[in-house]
Design a protein around this ligand. Sequence first.
Ligand code: ADP
Length: 579
Amino acid sequence: MQTSPLKKMPRWVSLFPWLVMVCALLFSALVVVFGLHNAKRETDFTTQLTLEKGSALISALEGALRTGMGYHWSDEVLRDLIHKVGAQPDIASLVVTDRDGKVLMAADKALVGTAFLSPEALARLDPGRRAKWDMAEQPDGARVFQVYKRFFLPQAEARRHGGHRMRSMGGSCGLLEAKVAEGASLFIFVDYDLSPLEEARAADERHMAVMFAILIFVGVVGGFTLFLLANYRRSRKVVQETTAFSSEIVRTLPVGIIATDMGGRITSANPAAREITGIGREAAGRDIRELLPGVWRVVETQGEAREQEAWCTFGEKRRVPLAISASRIVTEEGEAIGTAIIMRDLGEIRRLQSELRRRDRLVALGNMAAGIAHEVRNPLSAIKGLARFFMEASPRESEESRMAGIMTQEVLRLDKVVGDLLDFARPDALNLSDVPLDEVVERARGMIGPDMEARGVRFEADLPKPPLIVRLDRDRMTQVLLNLFLNAVQAMPDGGMLRVRGRAEGSELLLEVADTGCGIAPERLADIFSPYFTTKASGTGLGLSIVHKIVEAHEGTIEAASTPGEGTVFLLRFPFSVA
Ligand code: ADP
């Protein structure tokens, strides 16, 4: 039996888990890169937006201050305006300083008069015509987005509006006018609170980190799971192939194997076991003690794994010689889970053994016959000569002459026996001719006719019409049928039926000789063709050996099937071709 080698997994299957992991890593890296890029874009956008918002606010304030100066709003009015504008929720502080960094006006009134920036820090700023921004730190340490701008209140402006003082606005804006008089520049600082923005960015970063972690986790866990899956698949394949391999061995073994659980219930039986015992697949689950009591008895009486030979009966009457051994089925953990019963059908071995015995005896018989021929025939002819001499020397009708006559007859009979023995031992030279089959059958029946009548045996021949013409040795084949008929008649002392059936089947001639006699015990069936095997008190045990020999000489075969108490069938096969 050829076993299929383990199929190799395609290479990509083993690379797949790695691929998943690498993909997950790449994907996580992409998430990080995109996240960072997004965050930068968002920062740029927010910066731009806040700067524009700050610029607009400063321009508006600048305008308001100019107008306020023009109309000589009082300092209070301007401060109030600054305070209100600076109260917007995202503005951390709004201050107007002079060129030394001292706060002139502020949303937080407490800051007025304090130094917002040192003159050096103020000098480091790079104010142009447009508003600028910078990151700054509040006194409490909070980082703010600072938009600032320097602006001038030209003296011309103050002068132009000098005559139209708006007393209604509550006095002059002396503060600004004082600065204008100095020709100094002013600074407006708007600080935007960045904490909501930074909180959002931190949330984004957290989100990104979580995504990254999840992707890495999914990649690693996914890859690892795929590794495990691939290994599992590989192991399962190995197990499947190993199981298939051992099942195939068990299935095709010519030895019967039956497995039972600890309760004696059959769990499996291979085809050989089913053929030997005749049980079917439905036997699974049945108790072996009920189904195959004979086999179980042998198992119970023998020791572990020792083979024991026994004849077991299956079905109604089928007796089979078996060699049975049994052993416990034990798991790796040492737990006994059942019994394995192994049985070998010894029928074929027995048949071969008896064939061997038959041939041994034939050889011995041949040697003996040759010896007898040499050693016995010469003295026999001397005795025969002497007996003739005594017969001639004695008066006719005398006692001596009669004795000499008996001696001669017996010597002749002995000579014939020796001759037969020699014939039997010598290789057969057949005298072949084309003979109608029913003629041979009829000749043999004619010879045994009186015996059959005496025992009340009926005869029936079922032969093809027109008769089959067969090429055979007429005398030898008559001898074959005669021996078979004789045995059949002797097996039916109280009468019965002797039936001969012949037919051509393909290139074979089948001839069946069946009787309804006492039958042959199965254990003896294998020996009946051996020379000297006999169960009869006066038998020679040569009849069936001669039959076998003649059939073999015709290149045919003979086999016997018998049921004790019911009868025996001999089946002869010869090569046959239509003449
Ligand atoms: P013999 O007839 O001298 O015993 P055979 O070789 O003819 O020798 O037969 C051998 C044995 O086979 C017989 O002793 C008998 O036990 C058995 N035998 C042969 N033919 C039959 C039969 N038709 N029915 C029963 N037993 C048979």
